[in-house]
Every structure is written in structure tokens, then in C-alpha cells.
Design a protein around this ligand. Structure first.
Ligand SMILES: NC(=O)c1ccc[n+]([C@@H]2O[C@H](COP(=O)([O-])OP(=O)(O)OC[C@H]3O[C@@H](n4cnc5c(N)ncnc54)[C@H](O)[C@@H]3O)[C@@H](O)[C@H]2O)c1
Ligand SMILES: *[C@@H]1O[C@H](CO)[C@@H](O)[C@H](O)[C@H]1NC(C)=O
Ligand SMILES: *[C@@H]1O[C@H](CO)[C@@H](O)[C@H](O)[C@H]1NC(C)=O
Ligand SMILES: *[C@@H]1O[C@H](CO)[C@@H](O)[C@H](O)[C@H]1NC(C)=O
Length: 407
């Protein structure tokens, strides 16, 4: 709009010059005016945003436009990279409360062509901005990654979790319904299962989450499920297990805010220990009823995870909901993980064995039969050491994440 009114302004000035055409000594001024108009149009066309907007607001045959919320974050940025590689048109919405502008810049440099990638800085908790985004863009689908996602933090700040997970998902869903966006791929988690009696976890395992993070995600799932019964929206809910790894080509990595390190996940802690940022790794609990006494988890590589998103999207059907666990189906103990981390980094990380952390359960791993069968998806990156080596390469070459002013 701003571009257009500027354009008009210069056009009017040009007209005045044209009016004075009968006076021959004004010919020079007329030409000057026309040159000004041309210059103005040229400059505006070069500036990002001009014309771009119309591309993202138009449906184009053969082009699928995906809104990636939380696309500046760890998983969202990897998903956006994969979508762009597969020729999707991508709009990232993120308020950078946790993500990295540096990740968005990497993507922008890889896909600078007009109409490929657009970044919108906005808060998904702000209904007005969410509505504006949906009104101004023609999305075919939403992959909703944006959230806060630390179990420990969720027990300390529950409202932050219900607000930024449950309530924000409701806002996104309302905007999708209002603007007729037909497909939703939702990021859920194995934390919605709580502490099931039986392993492995199937999609039919009852969900009894035991922390605000898991509960907020379960509530968001319930809202989506109830709504889906009344619409023809195509929905896929993916329940991820523990996500690790990074882009095998080393373009993206995981770079959480330094202040979130204390809540951090095991792979982050492993790299921090290897980098010397922290003195060593604390293994919490060695007396669990598992083979080596440490907890067992299912580690899923982010490359496999985003592949599951693309496959889920391709199989999404109007009026149907697909719910899938995304894990390898293999549990690994914390000891195994630590050994793999030592091998991947080549550093003899100091390990400290401590008492159990409250709220941790002994064993969690998925049964991926359903997603194998229905989406023809199988985890490919199942070598822990290999996944960690890839992630370590990025960490080592980016000791300060995406850089001081790109967090
Ligand atoms: N990392 C895991 O192991 C894991 C496991 C299971 C599920 N998940 C889910 O995957 C999704 C992505 O997780 P991640 O690990 O990439 O986290 P992340 O913190 O790296 O990314 C989340 C992104 O969302 C953005 N965001 C948060 N609140 C926002 C708001 N109100 N408005 C706009 N943007 C906002 C943040 O800035 C950040 O970029 C989350 O929904 C998470 O619950 C992650
Ligand atoms: C991001 O969104 C949250 C609400 O979810 C808000 O409280 C926070 O201030 C926002 N941060 C920025 C940088 O806009
Ligand atoms: C989440 O919501 C709370 C309000 O409960 C807000 O203060 C916070 O900034 C929000 N955003 C994030 C990323 O935590
Ligand atoms: C399943 O995926 C594999 C590759 O991952 C492919 O070779 C095979 O053709 C696929 N099967 C179906 C039924 O699409």
C-alpha cells in the first residue's frame, strides 16, 4: 500500500509537468518528471515487500503455500528448509521469542527468488495480527510448530504453557477456519502420554500427561479433534519423541537461548559439555529399572521428523484426522547416549552421576508401526553417533549459535 501511494504521488507530480507541456521550456522538466517516476518504480520494485505481497496472497496453480509457525526455531527451520527444497512456497511466522533470526537468514539466502520464502515477525497470541496474516496470505496448509517446549519450565511456569500452546493453537485454528485453510499438521509430543504402563507406546496408548507441557499439548489436540468432527479440515497430529540431530549439509542447527540451557535437552547438554561451556554432563538417576539403570528414550533425528511431516501432509485427507507417533521404535539408555556423544565429539566428557530428577519416567519409546504402514515412513537416521556427529559439526563451527545479533 505504502509503495502504491508513493507511486501515485510521483505520478501526480509528473502530470503537473505534462500539463505545462505547451510551454516549450518545460520539456526538460517533463522528461525529468518521467525519469523520476521510472526511478521511483524501479526502486520500489527492488525493495523487498513490493510485489512480493501479491505473490503470497494469490493462489497459483501447482504451487502449495505452507504457513510454518515457529519456523525460526529448531524443528520449524528444518521443516521450512525441506519444504523449500521440495518447491513449496513458505511463510514463516515467528516472534523470535525463542527462535533464531540467523536460521531465517540462512533460508532466505538459500531461496532468494521472489515468492519462495517470506518471514513475518508476529506473535501468535495476538489475534489481530494472526487474522491479518491469514487475510493477507493464501495458505494451503499450516504446520504449527510454534510453542514453548521445556518440561521443567512448564512445571515452574504453567500459565506460560497453557497460554503459548493451548490458547495460541486455538487462535491459529480459528483463523484457519475463518479463512478456509484446509490442512493442519500439528506438532504434538510423547509427553501427552505421561507415564504409560506398557511399552512401546502406540497411538492407542491412553494419554495421561503428568506435566503442564504434556497437558497443554493434549488440550490442544482435544480442541483440534473436536473441531475436526465438524469440518472438512484435513488434520495430521504428529507426536514426536526426543528430537536430535541437524541438517546433514550443515546449514542449520539447534541454538537455544543461553538462558534456556538449564532446561536444555540432553543433546544440547552433551555439546555444551564438549565445548567446555559447562563442566560436564549430569546423569540424573542410575537406579531405574532398566538394563544399565539409566532412563531409556527414543531419539528421532530431525531430518526423519521433517520427512514425516511432508509424508503426513501428502496423505492428509479432508474430514479426517491422522494421529502418528514419530519415533524410531528403539529405546536408548542415557548411558548409550553419552557414549555416542563422546564418540561423536571425540571428547572425553566428564560425567557426574546424580539422583533421579522428579517427574522423569524410566522408559519411553514408540511403536512406529502405524506411521510405517500408513505413511510409508521409516526412520533412516537411526545411528545415534551419526546423528550426533552431524549436529556436533554444526555446533563446533557455530560456537555462538547463529551469532550474537542473530539469536
Ligand atoms: N524438540 C523436541 O524434542 C520436541 C519434542 C516433541 C515435540 N516438540 C514440539 O515441536 C515444536 C517445535 O519445537 P522446537 O524444539 O523446534 O522449539 P523451538 O523453541 O526451537 O521453536 C519454537 C519456535 O516458536 C516460536 N514461538 C513461540 N511462541 C511464539 C509465539 N507466541 N508467536 C510466534 N512464535 C512463537 C519461537 O520463537 C521459536 O522459534 C513445538 O511445538 C514442540 O512442542 C519438540
Ligand atoms: C512473543 O510472544 C509472547 C506471547 O506469546 C509475548 O509475551 C512476547 O513479548 C513476544 N515477544 C516478542 C519479541 O514479540
Ligand atoms: C507466553 O505467555 C506468557 C503469558 O502467560 C508470556 O508472558 C510469555 O512471554 C509468552 N511467550 C513465551 C515465548 O513464553
Ligand atoms: C515407500 O518408500 C520407499 C522409499 O522410502 C519407496 O521405495 C517405496 O516405493 C514406497 N512405497 C510406496 C507404496 O509408496
Amino acid at each position: 500500500m505504502y509503495g502504491c501511494s508513493l507511486y501515485l504521488f510521483f505520478l501526480l507530480i509528473g502530470m503537473e509537468y505534462l500539463d505545462a507541456r505547451r510551454k516549450p521550456y518545460n520539456v526538460g522538466k517533463v522528461i525529468f518528471g518521467l525519469v523520476l517516476i521510472a526511478l521511483c518504480v524501479f526502486v520500489l520494485k527492488q525493495s523487498p515487500g513490493f510485489g512480493d505481497n501479491s505473490v503470497f496472497s494469490r493462489r497459483e496453480p501447482g504451487v502449495t503455500h505452507v504457513l510454518v509457525t515457529g519456523g525460526a526455531g529448531y524443528i520449524g527451520s528444518h521443516a521450512a528448509l525441506r519444504l523449500l527444497k521440495d518447491n513449496y512456497r513458505v511463510t514463516i511466522v515467528d516472534n523470535l521469542s525463542r527462535g533464531n533470526m540467523g536460521a531465517v537468514k540462512v533460508l532466505q539466502e538459500l531461496f532468494p527468488q521472489p515468492g519462495r520464502l517470506q518471514f513475518i515477525f508476529a506473535d501468535l497470541g495476538d489475534q489481530k495480527s494472526v487474522n491479518k496474516i491469514f487475510a493477507e496470505n493464501a495458505f494451503d496448509a499450516v504446520m504449527h510448530f510454534a510453542a514453548v517446549a521445556y518440561v521443567g519450565e512448564s512445571t515452574m511456569e504453567p500459565l506460560r504453557y497453557y497460554h503459548n500452546i493451548t490458547s495460541n493453537t486455538l487462535l491459529v485454528l480459528e483463523a484457519m477456519a475463518f479463512h478456509g485453510v484446509k490442512t493442519l499438521i500439528y506438532s504434538s509430543t510423547c509427553a501427552t502420554y505421561g507415564e504409560p504402563e506398557k511399552m512401546p507406546i502406540t497411538e492407542a496408548t491412553p494419554q495421561f500427561p503428568i506435566n503442564p507441557y504434556g497437558k497443554a499439548k493434549k488440550m490442544a489436540e482435544d480442541i483440534i479433534l473436536d473441531f475436526s468432527k465438524r469440518t472438512d479440515m484435513a488434520v495430521m497430529i504428529l507426536r514426536y519423541f526426543n528430537v536430535i540431530g541437524s541438517d546433514p549439509e550443515g546449514r542449520l542447527g539447534e541454538a537455544p537461548r543461553p538462558e534456556l540451557r538449564e532446561h536444555g535437552r540432553i543433546s544440547g547438554a552433551c555439546f555444551d559439555a564438549a565445548l567446555g561451556v559447562i563442566s560436564g554432563l549430569k546423569v540424573k538417576g542410575t537406579d531405574y529399572p532398566t538394563a544399565d539403570g539409566t532412563c531409556i528414550r527414543d531419539y528421532i533425528d530431525v531430518t526423519d521428523l521433517v520427512d514425516a511431516h511432508v509424508k503426513a501432509f501428502n496423505k492428509a485427507e479432508p474430514g479426517k484426522v491422522g494421529i502418528y507417533n514419530v519415533g524410531t521404535g528403539r529405546g536408548r539408555s542415557v548411558k548409550e547416549f553419552v557414549d555416542a556423544c563422546k564418540k561423536a565429539t571425540g571428547i572425553d566428557i566428564k560425567i557426574e552421576y546424580l539422583n533421579r530428577r522428579p517427574g522423569d519416567y524410566a522408559e519411553v519409546y514408540s511403536d512406529p508401526t502405524k506411521i510405517n504402514k500408513e505413511l510409508n515412513w521409516t526412520a533412516q537416521y537411526t545411528d545415534l553417533k551419526e546423528s550426533l556427529s552431524i549436529a556436533w559439526r554444526w555446533q563446533k563451527s557455530h560456537p555462538h549459535g547463529y551469532g550474537a545479533n542473530q539469536i
